[in-house]
Design a protein around this ligand. Sequence first.
Ligand SMILES: CC(C)(COP(=O)(O)OP(=O)(O)OC[C@H]1O[C@@H](n2cnc3c(N)ncnc32)[C@H](O)[C@@H]1OP(=O)(O)O)[C@@H](O)C(=O)NCCC(=O)NCCS
Length: 185
Amino acid sequence: MSSIRKYESKDKENLRKICIETSGLSTETEKDREFLYLMYNDYYSEIEPENVFVAVNDNDEAVGYILCAEDFDKYLAVFKKSYLPGIKKLGFRYYTMAIGEIGVHRLFSKKYKAHLHIDILSECQGKGTGTALMNELKAHLKNKGINSLMLSCGMGNKKAINFYKKNNFKLHRNIMGSCIMISEF
Ligand SMILES: CC(C)(COP(=O)(O)OP(=O)(O)OC[C@H]1O[C@@H](n2cnc3c(N)ncnc32)[C@H](O)[C@@H]1OP(=O)(O)O)[C@@H](O)C(=O)NCCC(=O)NCCS
């Protein structure tokens, strides 16, 4: 298993690479990739780096990450101001994907304020790295007085859904092709 540490600014490009390599979405065009950075990566590493943990290999290079926004209202305000305009410029299709995803999170954000994203390079999966990252984030949030986490996951991503269930997430709701999963700890 890789070791876990806090995010450092030198990890930013590796995080972007992991985001692209593990995305189930299209990554063919520059616009596709820019969308993924803006939607699933840059907010977390730039605005809440203290809530990001990485799994690193023997060369201290990130091979996986867990990203968290601890308060949805803060996330939404900053995301709308600094990241959504960039997504809008990419085109209507990207904009509607972003609005859909935010809208789904927003439905549950009054009760579950913190949300996460987790991705591990394929060659490093199935070795306990995801579980170690999840445990690290939960312990970190608990220290800050935060006791729940929400995420959305594609309904077809059975491997990830099983992983979340093993990590004490419960299926809360199926909505617009996504599973909303919640963990209280
Ligand atoms: C989903 C994901 C984050 C899980 O991370 P992971 O590092 O593979 O997870 P773990 O290794 O902790 O647990 C997964 C499996 O490995 C097993 N495992 C745990 N520790 C292990 C160890 N030391 N050695 C071998 N296997 C181990 C677990 O029991 C689990 O088994 P399962 O296949 O029966 O479920 C990862 O697979 C991933 O990044 N997938 C692609 C991107 C993605 O789908 N992200 C989520 C989007 S919502």
